[in-house]
Write a protein that binds this ligand. Structure first.
Ligand SMILES: Cc1ncc(COP(=O)(O)O)c(C=O)c1O
Length: 341
């Protein structure tokens, strides 16, 4: 008779552990030790946080004998590009439902999606409004063709996906055990909040002492908090983990701006600053907004997040290229205003 739970299916895909680097010049400027966990180095085509989620999502897909992954996102979705890359690596078929029409030219993540052989369904506004149904229709089409589909919601936002950041938090705890410094705060970019939920679970299950703080770049704080709580509750009931939603899910709120629809000049300035001061490139859609929020918080109150802060860089570098026009003006010193995507 089995006495222990079966292992959770996982396929190791990320190049991990990812490095922890101190930002020497920025730390000196801020008067706070600022570090980065380089989850933008989880792979080349697999750069970013999505590959960690996919280790568990694809684990589950393969356990269900799936041979086709279906997911959705914007035309420059990092998650979709990561799915396309991993499908090519593992010999699976990728079907991507993207928001918007086919552009005249492929660029950034979309160009990579196509290079990697993903099948693209461009969604009208009406199809995107009911994206879950649209993906179920795509799954039915795959089944009719004799394939076994597995559907991944936008951003890999499921309890299974969040396990990727539980694993990342365990990795961080292990890095600390092996001599990395203890952080007062670990800050991460939020879209859904699934990655933050994973780190919060790791904090409860390991000796990680740091406060886990999310920086929402699109959803309102209440929605992110509700999602984080829901994921942790589901992880407890599904896997029996000794975890519970924290009394307060800490967020740096108010930095969403126009969400994923546009980037502000000051956010692009942050990108430029980090690139030139430390040789690290943020992405204009997610991490530039979040890192701007982090710097703003520290500048307003250098003690707000403690003395030693670690920002988890969740990747996204390929979306630099589609925004070449605005970025190009900025590097030449004559950009201004809001850049719409
Ligand atoms: C670069 C980048 N950072 C952060 C996130 C947010 O991840 P989550 O949905 O787990 O909050 C995403 C995904 O949407 C992303 O592409």
């Amino acid at each position: 008779m089995a006495t222990t739970a079966p292992p959770i299916p996982r396929v190791e895909l990320a190049y991990a552990p990812t490095p922890l680097l101190k930002l020497e010049r920025l730390s000196a400027e801020l008067g706070v030790e600022l570090w980065v966990k380089r989850d933008d180095l989880t792979g080349l085509l697999e750069t970013g946080n999505k590959i960690r989620k996919l280790e568990f999502l694809i684990g589950e897909a393969l356990a269900q004998n799936a041979n086709t992954l279906i997911t959705c996102g914007t035309l420059q979705s990092n998650c979709c590009r990561c799915v396309a890359a991993v499908c090519a690596r593992l010999g699976l078929r990728a079907v991507l439902a993207l928001k918007g029409g086919r552009p005249a030219e492929y660029d950034g993540n979309l160009l990579l999606d196509r290079l990697l052989g993903a099948d693209i369904k461009y969604c009208t506004d009406a199809e995107w409004e009911k994206i879950d149904e649209t993906m179920q229709d795509l799954a039915a089409r795959e089944r009719a063709a004799g394939r076994v589909p597995y559907v991944i919601p936008e951003s890999g936002a499921t309890v299974v996906g969040a396990l990727g950041y539980l694993a990342c938090g365990q990795e961080l705890a292990q890095q600390v055990r092996h001599g990395a410094p203890e952080f007062d705060t670990i800050a991460i970019t939020n879209f859904s909040g699934g990655s933050q939920a994973g780190l919060l679970m790791a904090k409860q299950l390991t000796n990680l002492r740091a406060d886990i703080v999310g920086i929402p770049i699109a959803w309102e704080a209440a929605r992110v908090r509700a999602y984080v709580g829901e994921v942790i509750d589901r992880a407890r009931s599904r896997y029996g983990f000794a975890v519970r939603p924290p009394a307060e899910v800490r967020l740096l709120d108010g930095y969403q701006g126009a969400g994923r629809a546009a980037v502000r000049r000051d956010e692009l300035d942050t990108m430029l600053k980090l690139a030139r001061l430390e040789g690290i490139v943020l992405d204009p859609v997610y991490t530039a907004k979040a890192f701007s929020g982090l710097l703003d918080t520290i500048r307003r109150d250098p003690r707000a997040l403690g003395h030693r802060v670690c920002f988890v860089h969740t990747g996204g570098v390929f979306s630099v290229f589609p925004y070449r026009a605005a970025l190009g003006r900025l590097v030449d010193g004559d950009g201004d205003g809001l850049v719409e995507f």
